[in-house]
Structures are given as C-alpha cells and as structure tokens.
Design a protein around this ligand. Structure first.
Ligand SMILES: [Zn+2]
Length: 64
C-alpha cells in the first residue's frame, strides 16, 4: 500500500448526523456529508478530504 492516512477516518451510515462523515483525527476537522449521497460523489469527497489532511501533523506528539 502507499502512504497511509489512518488518522483520516470515515463514519458509517449508523452515525445519524455523522453518517458518512469524514474526520481527521489529527486536526479534528470533520466534514459532514449530506445524505443520501451518490457513492461516486462521496468517494470523490473522501479522496479530496484525505488528500487535504494527508499532511496533517498530530497536535499531541506521541511516540510512534
Ligand atoms: Zn487534518
């Protein structure tokens, strides 16, 4: 696999207001998604969101 961005997560459909929302665990940014959303649109948003946060630095430095 390529670069991992496992700090960028997506919520599933069971999260109510947060359904399909994307979240960056590093900066805490959350991108909510209007549902229903067409999957290709969501995938494009998820890809863009991940790209945006791929360089995010963790606020709290923890040894990895
Ligand atoms: Zn971020």
């Amino acid at each position: 696999m390529g670069a991992t961005t496992d700090w960028v997560i997506t919520h599933d459909a069971t999260q109510g207001d947060m359904a399909y929302a994307m979240e960056c665990l590093r900066c805490g940014d959350i991108q909510r998604v209007p549902v229903p959303i067409q999957m290709p649109l969501w995938l494009a948003m998820a890809e863009a969101f991940t790209k945006l946060h791929s360089k995010c630095q963790a606020r709290e430095r923890k040894s990895q």
